[in-house]
Design a protein around this ligand. Structure first.
Ligand code: MG
Length: 309
């Protein structure tokens, strides 16, 4: 699929973000034609962004050097979020296989498929801590929305955030009080973990509970303590999120991307003509922000870079 790159796209705007995005910087649309774009990761060796087109059950890849977008996989089993592990290998969530898995040059192998003998719902997004452990969210979109996977039951009857240690094989829930845990990120010092709650879309499991906010937890010996709501989203729901080296939080929203300082004060916004689901930093120096927003992949140059990279 070859789509022309569109610069200064109609319906885009940058508000605020002084010091983070230079005045006059435009948003580019790099690729379009997807249905629901999610789970981007920058692949340094390929100089490419790989992301999920969930409803089309495929994985797309945009190559920054020549502007090409290719179909990386058209039998993806409804992958969603992805990241790189400490060795630079792709770790991704699969709704269809209800697991977290590794894609090593096209060879896909399971990492973790169950907890306490029960399958997950549909792992949504994953991050890797400095100790190599995998932290992932497990809402139920892949078993409740037919276009996002295969119909199924919440086997452990809830929606948790899990930590998996590949070196020991241990898997345990670490956050159990978020209605629909979705995107997640650590603070730069890994003393805080942030989790987006996207249950405002009516996807919580407790009647009458629906949230569109980001929660923060203090990490104490890999235990999550002192949970509190730090950011409320007023346009649709937060989904994927990233934290930059200054501790600012960049979250997807209905209007595009909202950026907040570590105290939760909004610094500004990147407005897009489509609902954004996720984002990642990439490019040669790690300061290009790539945003997966419904049908399209967008990019804007920033002065920030991901704290986790
Ligand atoms: Mg997500």
């Amino acid at each position: 699929m070859a789509e022309p790159i569109a610069r200064d796209v109609e319906g885009t705007a940058v508000e605020g973000l002084t010091g983070l995005i230079d005045a006059g910087t435009v948003v580019e649309r790099l690729s379009t034609g997807a249905i629901w774009s999610e789970g981007p990761v920058w692949l340094p060796e390929l100089r490419a962004v790989r992301w999920s087109d969930i409803w089309n059950n495929r994985i797309l890849q945009y190559h920054a050097d020549d502007g090409r977008t290719i179909v990386y996989s058209d039998a993806a089993e409804f992958t969603n979020g992805r990241t790189l592990d400490r060795q630079g290998r792709v770790v991704q969530c699969s709704h269809g296989r209800r697991r977290v898995e590794r894609d090593h040059d096209g060879e896909v192998t399971p990492i973790v498929e169950q907890w306490n003998g029960l399958p997950f719902n549909s792992p949504n997004d994953v991050i890797v801590a400095r100790d190599g452990s995998l932290w992932f969210t497990d809402p139920a979109y892949g078993i409740t929305i037919p276009e996002e996977g295969h119909p199924g039951e919440r086997e452990y009857r809830d929606q948790y955030v899990f930590r998996h240690d590949e070196s020991t094989g241990e898997t345990r829930p670490v956050i159990m009080d978020v209605e629909a845990p979705n995107g997640l990120a650590f603070s730069p010092d890994e003393k805080i973990i942030y989790v987006a709650d996207s249950s405002g879309a009516g996807t919580g499991i407790h009647p009458g509970v629906g949230n569109a906010h980001i929660r923060a937890y203090d990490l104490v010996d890999d235990r999550c303590k002192n949970g509190r709501t730090v950011i409320a989203i007023d346009d649709k729901v937060p989904d994927g999120l990233r934290v930059d080296t200054a501790g600012n939080l960049w979250t997807s929203t209905g209007y595009g991307v909202g950026v907040y300082d570590p105290a939760g004060r909004q610094l500004g916004a990147i407005r897009l003509p489509e609902t954004a689901a996720n984002l990642c930093f990439g490019g040669a120096d790690g300061t290009d922000l790539y945003i997966t927003a419904t049908t399209s992949l967008y990019r804007i140059a920033t002065r920030a870079r991901d704290a986790a990279v």
